[in-house]
Ligand binder design. Structure first.
Ligand code: V47
Length: 430
């Protein structure tokens, strides 16, 4: 797709005015509304609508966290054409971190006051299953208060396979087994990566060999049933079509309806659960905890408390990938995509402008277009690099909060579960 290859909405009754009426009434937007938003010449009108929704959910709050990303290996059995990160074993630049390396990172995270470690890596063909549980236990030992958000759905399925627990006739059994093992070892939540675009054509052209949408959604569903919160992403601006982005968002929206229904939310007459309607209550950590306990006790009305917290639209970064010849999405397209994600995903509490991929200046503008979260201090990030060659990509709390204030919002430090963090010197609590 190029930025010029925009769809045209076919329903002449749809306009920004009709969509605004729906948004104000807290009614769910249709795919046809989405098509209109993708093509609407008035980008700032689209952003203003997304901003209305964001304000209704979060007021002037804009979230960030003190975190550390860790990519434990770039060795990967897959060769996705959008990815410039993977290496083959023995290839120049290939690496895998030892448990000792990871312990050192956890200590550095602890020393810097981080509340979260975000850990993902390639699908390493030889590391044993114990490497992953040892990694989690080692981090929990060094830094017991640190929330470990780790492993995309793609890695979870890979782990089920290397542990010989994955059966194609009952794949959720293997997924559940892995998630239970990881949870016991200290896993706190799942990041949203690996979703790419939920479409078989795009899958076969750009990430063949990776799990498909049904399996990605299964992993998140099982996590939710186990009371594990997760995130979601969409990787856009490469070979996908605008329509495929909308279908992807619609599939996430349906999966979130199911997760929230397990949290005892009442769907409206259309079956939709919109958190963006007047009076809609965001799932609170207390509610999640209550449902988790209920689920563990096998009580009625809640079989577990997990749900999707955040959607992060990821703009395709072409550098060093097999799709390097493509331009990648423009800043304007990034703003529109983020605004549409806010408007279509009415049952997602948070929309993240991941500053590493969007750049901090654009992420700052995105706070006016539907984003309420910027991710965190990050420190090291190997998967993509927008500026420079080093994978040291760190920002400070000072720079994050300044960016937020300058945009007219109140910076709120959150933990991974979006609880407000309060600090007293080196101590913090939620
Ligand atoms: O899974 C890989 C994507 C993801 C490229 O859950 C690329 O809070 C753009 O998922 N251009 C990892 N994207 C990042 C991710 C994430 C980031 C921040 C926060 C959260 C969260 C999740 O990055 C991968 C893949 O989908 N990716 N290559 C690329 N060239």
């Amino acid at each position: 797709m190029t930025t010029l290859d925009l769809p045209t909405a076919t329903d002449p009754t749809i306009s920004l005015v009709s969509i605004r009426e729906k948004v104000l009434a807290g009614r769910r937007l249709t795919l046809e509304d989405g098509r209109f938003l993708q093509a609407a010449p008035d980008l700032w009108g689209v952003c203003a609508l997304a901003d209305t929704v964001r304000k209704r959910m979060h007021g002037k709050a804009a979230f960030y966290n003190i975190n550390r990303h860790l990519n434990y290996t770039n060795i990967c059995a897959l060769s996705c054409s959008f990815c410039g990160f993977f290496r083959k074993r023995g290839q120049e630049g290939a690496y895998e971190h030892s448990i000792e390396d990871i312990k050192r990172e956890a200590q550095l995270a602890l020393d810097s006051g981080a509340t979260e470690m975000h850990i993902v890596g390639g699908l390493h063909p030889y590391l044993p299953f114990e490497y992953y549980t040892d990694m989690l236990r080692a981090i929990a030992e060094v830094a017991p208060g640190l929330h470990i958000k780790a492993f995309t759905a793609v890695e979870i399925v890979h782990l089920a396979k290397i542990a010989k627990q994955y059966k194609s006739n009952d794949r959720t059994a293997g997924i559940r087994w892995v998630l239970n093992q990881l949870k016991d070892a200290g896993l706190g939540s799942l990041p949203g990566g690996g979703a790419e675009v939920f479409d078989d054509r795009v899958h076969d052209e750009a990430f063949k060999g990776k799990i498909r949408s049904d399996v990605w959604l299964d992993v998140h569903k099982v996590a939710h049933e186990l009371g594990i919160n997760t995130n979601a992403t969409i990787l856009y601006g490469h070979i996908e079509r605008p329509e495929e982005r909308l279908v992807h968002m619609d599939m996430l929206r349906t999966a979130q309806d199911e997760a929230l229904a397990r949290l005892a939310y009442a769907p409206d007459s259309t079956g939709a659960i919109t958190l963006t309607a007047e009076g809609a209550q965001l799932p609170t950590p207390e509610m999640i905890e209550k449902n988790r306990i209920k689920g563990e006790q096998g009580g009625s009305g809640g079989s577990g408390g997990g749900y999707f917290q955040t959607i992060t639209p990821l703009p395709f970064i072409p550098d060093s990938s097999a799709l390097e010849h493509l331009p990648g999405p423009s800043g304007i397209e990034n703003l529109r995509m983020l605004a549409i994600a806010r408007l279509m995903l009415d049952n997602f509490p948070h929309v993240k402008a991941f500053w590493i991929m969007q750049t901090l200046p654009l992420a700052q503008v995105m706070l006016e277009c539907g984003a309420d979260d910027l991710d965190g201090t990050v420190v090291w990030y190997d998967i993509t690099k927008v500026e420079g060659d080093s994978t040291h990509q760190e920002t400070t709390v000072h720079d994050l909060t300044r960016a937020i204030r300058e945009a007219g919002f109140n910076p709120i430090e959150r933990d991974t579960l979006y609880r407000k963090v309060t600090r007293h010197g080196a101590e913090w609590h939620v």
